[in-house]
Structures are given as structure tokens and as C-alpha cells.
Design a protein around this ligand. Structure first.
Ligand SMILES: [Zn+2]
Length: 293
């Protein structure tokens, strides 16, 4: 190395050191890492600082278009779309149409087949049963409970004169049916429907009397007239009324019976109602009952 070269090196070395120091400062200045914060480039436009030691991130501010953020951040970002989905599912359930299928005068041997069909449709129904029929078909009554249907009372005699003779005859028949349900299933039901419906025999004083006894009186807003038609005609008759009821903003409560001719065509009715967006639920004690006027 010549003398001249040595002199040059003396000037150049501090210069290199100075440049290296400036570069180092620039680098540190551009990436100010903090132990508590990570910077994620989320959408190629904005850089957002996300505190890692915070459980909840203001999710509305984050748009996840970057698949490669810190894992903790990724979990938080995934949360929002899931919550949104859940909300949508809940909304769909709120909009769901509900039909209440009610079957009177059973149980009958055909009720077994009816229960098979209801199970296929994941349909719950309400059975307003006559006490002597329950005694005859205890195993069917038990099956109704196992399969989530509502047990309800329809009295003993199904005889207009006898049943409506007085407030006491009404209450006595319902009490007897109630006790039979309890003996068979250990279920205590207070949901009743009086034979041929509450109008005109259930006068205001009769109604008060059964309410005082703790019973909840139900009629219907769709009458299938299946017991008259005894054939598939009851389906169109029912569907017309269902449309009217829906237009009034009510849920259909459909009167049907445990009849062979009803069960023979019930899948046609259920298919039509499913097509209209209905699901089938059973009546419960918290519902506001439908009463004939
Ligand atoms: Zn009846």
C-alpha cells in the first residue's frame, strides 16, 4: 500500500462508518417495533397497529384481505364473519312460518302411522284426546310424549248434551282426562279443546270457570273438515284457509282428526305446507290460545 493509498483510506473509513450509521438509523426509523404491537398490512392501503395484549379488536375496522397476519390477529379477524352468519341464521328462523297441526278424538290405531309420518317430517303436533281412547291405546299416548308432541284434553263423553250440561260437567270431564294422561305418562297437561269447539256452548261464564280451574282453552283458525270429506278434498279446503290466515298475519292452527282417510293423504298436505315454507310445531302452555268467536 502506497502512502497515497493509506491517506485515502483514512478519509474513506470514517465516511463508510457515517453512511452505515445513517442507513442503520433509517432502517430503525422505518420499522419501529414495539413489544406490544404488531403492524399488519391488511389491504395494501392502510397499515393498522393491532395491540396483541387486547382480547377484542375493533372488528369493524379490520378487513382481512391478507392471509398472512400474526396468528393471534387471524383468530380475531375470523370471528366477525362467523357472528354475521349466526345472525343471518337467527333472522331466517324468525321469518320461518309455523303451522300447528292439531288432531282431535284420538288416539286410534291409525295414530301409530300418523306418528311415523310426523317423525319423517320432523313435525310436532298437538293431540286433543278423548279419555276412553287414551285408556284403550296407552302405548300410543306414551309414544307421543317420547316423540315430543303435546298431549291435550278433549273430554270423556264427546256428547254435546252431556258434556255441556253445566260448567261442572265440562270441568269434570277435563279433570278425568287430565288424570288419565297423568296416570299413563306422568305428564300434567292443562291444554283443552271442548267437543265441536267452544262456540256457542262455552259461554263467558263457562270459559271463566275452566280458566279458574287452570285450563287453557284452544280452538283453531283452519278447519280441514276432514271428518266430512273423508278423502283428499280436505287438503285444498285446508290450504285455502291457510292462505287467508297467513294474510291476516296469524299462524295456522289446523283442526284435523285421527282418521284413516286423513292419514291416507296427510303427506300431500304436509308437502304443500313445506313448499310454502312451514315448519310444524306443537302448542305449548305459554302460547296465546286461538278461540272461535
Ligand atoms: Zn272432537
Amino acid at each position: 500500500m502506497t502512502k497515497k493509498q493509506k491517506r485515502n483510506l483514512l478519509y474513506v473509513l470514517p465516511l463508510i462508518l457515517l453512511v452505515a450509521t445513517i442507513v442503520a438509523f433509517l432502517l430503525v426509523g422505518k420499522f419501529p417495533f414495539d413489544k406490544n404491537n404488531v403492524i399488519v398490512n391488511l389491504n395494501n392501503e392502510s397499515i393498522i397497529e393491532i395491540p396483541l395484549n387486547q382480547d377484542k379488536v375493533a372488528e369493524s375496522e379490520i378487513v382481512n384481505e391478507n392471509n398472512n397476519p400474526a396468528p393471534e390477529v387471524n383468530e380475531e379477524i375470523v370471528e366477525e364473519p362467523m357472528e354475521e352468519q349466526e345472525e343471518k341464521v337467527t333472522e331466517a328462523q324468525d321469518e320461518e312460518r309455523i303451522a300447528y297441526l292439531t288432531f282431535d278424538d284420538g288416539p286410534q290405531p291409525i295414530t301409530e302411522e300418523l306418528l311415523n309420518i310426523l317423525a319423517e317430517y320432523n313435525a310436532k303436533a298437538t293431540f286433543f284426546m278423548l279419555e276412553p281412547q287414551m285408556v284403550k291405546h296407552k302405548e300410543i299416548v306414551e309414544r307421543m310424549v317420547e316423540e315430543g308432541h303435546t298431549l291435550a284434553l278433549h273430554g270423556v263423553s264427546h256428547d254435546k248434551k252431556q258434556f255441556y250440561a253445566s260448567q261442572f260437567s265440562v270441568i269434570n270431564e277435563m279433570r278425568q282426562s287430565q288424570q288419565t294422561v297423568k296416570d299413563i305418562t306422568n305428564v300434567e297437561t292443562v291444554i283443552i279443546r271442548t267437543p265441536f269447539g267452544s262456540s256457542p256452548h262455552m259461554t263467558p261464564s263457562y270459559k271463566d270457570a275452566v280458566k279458574k280451574e287452570g285450563f287453557i282453552l284452544w280452538d283453531w283458525n283452519v278447519d280441514s273438515r276432514d271428518w266430512q270429506f273423508r278423502g283428499p278434498e280436505y287438503i285444498s279446503h285446508t290450504l285455502l284457509q291457510v292462505e287467508e290466515v297467513v294474510n291476516r298475519g296469524e299462524n295456522p292452527v289446523i283442526l284435523l282428526h285421527d282418521l284413516i282417510s286423513t292419514v291416507d293423504f296427510i303427506t300431500v298436505l304436509l308437502d304443500e305446507l313445506v313448499e310454502m315454507g312451514f315448519v310444524f310445531k306443537n302448542i305449548d302452555e305459554d302460547m296465546e290460545p286461538i278461540e272461535l268467536k
